[in-house]
Ligand binder design. Structure first.
Ligand SMILES: Nc1ncnc2c1ncn2[C@@H]1O[C@H](COP(=O)(O)OP(=O)(O)OP(=O)(O)O)[C@@H](O)[C@H]1O
Length: 617
């Protein structure tokens, strides 16, 4: 049987058609490459021109930046190019764009042309360390909210830095202006850099007090300036006290010298040096010591009496325990040094009492404020179990968790000591508190979203750190979300399920109000997701939750789903409205009553929340 090969081979016309197609596709492909090339070369040219402008503003640059020149060389090697040409000296490239300039130790000087750098829209780091720049600090603020790291240490910059010099530099994570001759006060606009992790201002001539910094700060050095006054609470965690050495008169934790009423150091050495002019040192010391002793005795007697009265009035029945007993166990060093007796002596203010006990704000003798929460419903927990669990809690550390400073154990008495947080709870901000029915202040949309984002981050951290716990928080609700000075949320009353009596936990904790538990007795990770959903709905509507469990709460969720009425105080443009609706939908999804299986995982919810945009444009 012959094979008809001829019938299977393409005809001449088909071959011509195919060739034409190949030609057309190749042409389009070449066009596309050309298009890409031309737009990327536009970028490259812009970056090249910007850098050449910048170079022109520098002295001594011609010698050291010789390879910064005109075409054919470009600042960054072209993406995908086979020839590997190095970038210009000191230029850091990412994906073919300039993302950093590192021009350290090049003996550069001159008036930096910050405007030329505006053209480098991918610029994230700028380092001009160890050069010869002098005069006032350039207006780096113009570089706006994208710069992450700025380093101009070891130059000869001098004079005051404007207080708003860093305003709007919201992405700044690292700022190093050490080893210059800056004077005047430390600019408070640094506090607006909410992402700041590292700040170095040492070896300058800064005067005045240190402003409050965001809680994100982990590295700080202000040594060898002329700073004075109380170290702000946000820096109490800095363990290396040399960060404050060589200053005029700093006081308070983490330093040992205590502050007096006016906020200046009351260490005997400094008092002596001030009074040295007219009297002999010995005389001054003896007068001061006897005065201090007399005052201290009076204050102690007064406070003891006062506390006793307060204690009786407020139900603080923590008796002074027999010698050697009643010790507080500390987890964090930097909240001053105090013991139970100091807490008892401190002036106390009742902050409120909830399902699990009462909260007191105690102002210690050195001016520190801490919060003591006295827990009931923990009576079934054994000593070892309690100590073990407290150690777990003490080791947790996250910017959105209220840190546990210390705890106290007696079979019938459990106290947990936390840091005092300035803006009270989210509940107080949304609905007012016991004494003040009015809200503390309308929260706008960006603040509410920032709070929810922080809460979600804190929750994800808990689940990551405690994978064996089914319900890692257990009591997430608006009164357990505290807001610091920068309105960043801090979760409290977290992870107490292992030490709370089971019956009370199931009756009183927020997570156990979820229908999955109320209706089916199910305990799983979804309980916390449900609480997060309720918190989102409450935050977006400012509506108070019904005080009872179960069906009333379900109806509350249904009403919100039906009406979708946001709190007017949030304000917001059209764009913000769209984001608000998305957040409300996320909240509603977490609270799906009948579709427990469909309820999203915490990590999924948290990711969606982080994608929302608080910008109100
Ligand atoms: N560390 C703190 N800093 C500032 N205020 C606090 C601090 N801890 C608690 N508070 C305030 O004290 C109030 C009472 O707190 P508490 O935890 O006793 O009550 P709750 O959260 O309503 O109830 P529950 O015991 O069920 O958690 C809170 O609403 C909050 O405003």
């Amino acid at each position: 049987m012959g094979v008809h090969v001829a019938s299977q081979s393409p005809s001449k016309s088909t071959i011509i058609k195919d060739r034409t197609k190949i030609l057309i596709y190749s042409f389009i492909f070449i066009l596309l490459i050309f298009e890409c090339e031309s737009s990327s070369s536009k970028d490259e040219n812009r970056e090249r021109d910007a850098l050449l402008m910048f170079k022109m503003s520098l002295k001594n640059a011609e010698a050291v930046l010789r390879n910064w020149n005109n075409p054919p060389r470009l600042p960054c090697p072209r993406l995908g190019s086979s020839r590997t040409t190095p970038p210009w000296r000191g230029v850091i490239c990412l994906n073919g764009n300039v993302c950093g300039l590192q021009l350290d130790c090049l003996k550069l000087s001159g008036d930096i042309d910050v405007d030329s750098l505006l053209e480098l829209d991918k610029l994230r780091t700028l380092s001009l360390m160890d050069n010869k720049f002098e005069g006032a600090m350039p207006k780096f603020r113009k570089l706006g909210g994208t710069l992450k790291s700025l380093c101009i240490s070891k130059n000869n910059y001098s004079g005051n830095i404007d207080d708003d010099a860093f305003l709007g530099m919201s992405s700044l994570k690292r700022l190093d202006i050490a080893d210059n001759r800056f004077s005047g006060e430390v600019p408070t606009s640094l506090a607006s850099s909410m992402r700041l992790l590292e700040l170095r201002i040492e070896n300058n001539r800064f005067v005045g007090t240190i402003p409050e910094f965001p809680p994100t700060l982990v590295k700080f050095n202000a040594s060898n300036n002329q700073l004075q006054g109380r170290i702000p609470p946000s820096l109490c965690d800095i363990t290396d006290t040399s960060a404050f050495s060589g200053n005029k008169d700093l006081c308070g934790p983490p330093l040992e010298s205590k502050c007096d009423e006016s906020g200046s150091s009351s260490s005997p050495n400094q008092i002596v040096s001030k009074a040295n002019e007219n009297m002999s040192i010995l005389h001054v010391i003896s007068v001061i010591i006897s005065c201090l002793l007399a005052i201290a005795t009076l204050v102690m007697v007064y406070l003891q009496l006062d506390m006793k009265r307060d204690g009786e009035k407020d139900g603080v029945t923590v008796a002074t325990t027999p010698k050697g007993d009643g010790k507080l166990t500390f987890f964090r060093d930097n909240y001053g040094c105090f013991d139970l007796q100091d807490l008892l002596r401190a002036s106390a203010e009742v902050l409120g009492s909830g399902n699990f006990g009462s909260c007191y704000k105690a102002t210690l003798m050195d001016g520190h404020c801490v919060v003591v929460k006295r827990y009931i419903h923990m009576t079934n927990c054994g000593k070892d179990e309690f100590h073990h669990h407290m150690r777990t809690l003490g080791n947790l550390s996250h910017p959105n968790l209220l840190p546990l400073i210390a705890y106290y154990y007696r079979p019938q008495e459990k106290l947990l000591v936390y840091k005092f947080v300035h803006n009270g709870s989210l509940s107080k901000q949304l609905h007012g508190d016991r004494t003040n029915e009015k809200k503390a202040g309308g929260l706008n949309w960006p603040t509410r979203l920032t709070i929810i984002k922080g809460v979600a981050k804190g929750m994800v951290y808990l689940y990551k750190k405690l994978p064996n716990l089914l319900v890692a928080h257990g009591n997430l609700k608006s009164s357990n979300v505290l807001l610091d000075k920068w309105m960043q949320p801090l979760l409290m009353d977290y992870t107490l399920l292992p030490v709370v009596n089971v019956e009370q936990a199931h009756n009183l904790m927020a997570a156990f109000k979820a229908p999955a538990f109320c209706k089916q007795g199910r305990i799983d990770k979804n309980l916390d997701v449900w609480s997060l959903g309720i918190l989102i709905l409450e935050t977006m509507t400012s509506q108070k939750l019904p005080s009872t469990h179960g069906s009333e709460l379900e109806r509350w969720v249904e009403t919100i789903e039906r009406e979708k009425v946001f709190d007017k105080e949030m304000g917001g443009t059209e764009n913000a409205q769209a984001q608000m609706t998305m957040l409300l939908e996320i909240g509603l999804k977490c609270c799906k009553v009948d579709e427990v299986e469909k309820r999203p995982e915490l990590i999924e919810v948290a990711n969606k929340i982080q994608q929302l945009d608080e910008k109100d444009i």
